[in-house]
Ligand binder design. Sequence first.
Ligand code: GDP
Length: 458
Amino acid sequence: MLENLTDRFARVVKTMRGEARLTESNMQEMLREVRLAMLEADVALPVVRDFIAKVKEKALGEAVVGSLSPGQALVGVVHQELTALMGGDLGADASELSLAMQPPAIILMAGLQGAGKTTTTGKLAKWLSEGSHVQYGRKTGKKKVAVVSADVYRPAAIEQLKTVAAQVGVEWIPSDPSQKPEDIARAAVDYAKRHHFDVLIVDTAGRLGIDEAMMLEIKALHTLLNPIETLFVVDAMQGQDAINTAKAFGDALPLTGVVLTKVDGDSRGGAALSVRHMTGKPLKFVGVSEKLTGLEPFHPERMAQRILGMGDILSLVEQAHQNIDVAEAQRLATKIKSGDKFDLNDFKEQLQQVKKMGDMGSLLEKLPAQFAQAAGQMQSGQAEKQMRRTEGIINSMTPAERSKPEILKASRKRRIAAGAGVPVQEVNRMLNQFEQMQGMMKQMKKGGMAKMMRAMGG
Ligand code: GDP
């Protein structure tokens, strides 16, 4: 996600940091690079102009020129302004969902057809109902969530939401193409109230383009539902068009926020950067995969950090925390520290934990540029495939073999390879890798990190 933008920005940042002296003229040169990077990312021109003017003004105001480490200071200003541009100026909580309301808190989903409304409804329902996530540093409780579709024009849309709801384990309130959208909405609210739901998410009909009838319909739904959140779902890959549609919807409906979908396929990032400035609405979530786990709350500050190639360690830690089994991770860590033998059972457990953390690609992206570049050579799809293969091999072993890999001779290896459906060389390769890892763990125990880094040639 946002690869091109991040690459370019990371390069500019590197140049900035390297500047021992900043003069007006080399600062102009660097700001020109920033401007080009933004234009290439398809950021709207007025946004770019405004951004550059602010950075320039601040940089001069804060006497970046002539300061002790002017390059660093300029990076700081760019970071601050990028954060503000993406909504950081609205305050830390602006991108948070507000659900404090007499239950049910109603969330109305709006957007064009194909934008990802139904998928996002499912993702959001999952995110809220699991409640184990940390939202902006605070733990939120599990919510009892129901979803309903008011899209009576495409019977498939209602069915699609039913499927999605079943996948994420939330209640789907039936609706039917013969009903009027407003009747569906009224009945759903009534149902959610009677059954004490905390949150009701209402999915609506989209059209191919903005059209009068659709606008009237969603306005009527809005009046009737009086939702606490009205989210506009829009496809990031549409670039500036995405912004224009968001603006048009925003004029007709009091939107409370925007969800940008398919950011995983958007290497440019123009929409992510412009949406807040152009519509005045905060970006609340980004969709980062087709999977129903692929929704991330949007944090302007962290995103600015990511774009500048500094990574987003906070989100990475949160993602890990949300998904891994902390007790198990601690058991493994203690085992490694105590120097107990780390066997293939432990290795398998460790793989399981890594898998639970989520899609490899979304993990790698949150690392700072230097790390991500090294990791980038290992394509995320590849990493997952390799992990599955390794797991298959371990699964084909007996418990005794797993705890004592040294008993693995040729005939056992052949049996394991056949069981896992891989050539014997794969089994050998995996065992070698495992031995190296064991060695590394011993080093860690003996001499700590420094020694381990030396062992790895780092
Ligand atoms: P709707 O017409 O607005 O309800 O759109 P859908 O929810 O049916 O989504 C349209 C297509 O976009 C589907 O194929 C989804 O799987 C896909 N999609 C939705 N969100 C994302 C996302 O964040 N990333 C990716 N890669 N695909 C997405």
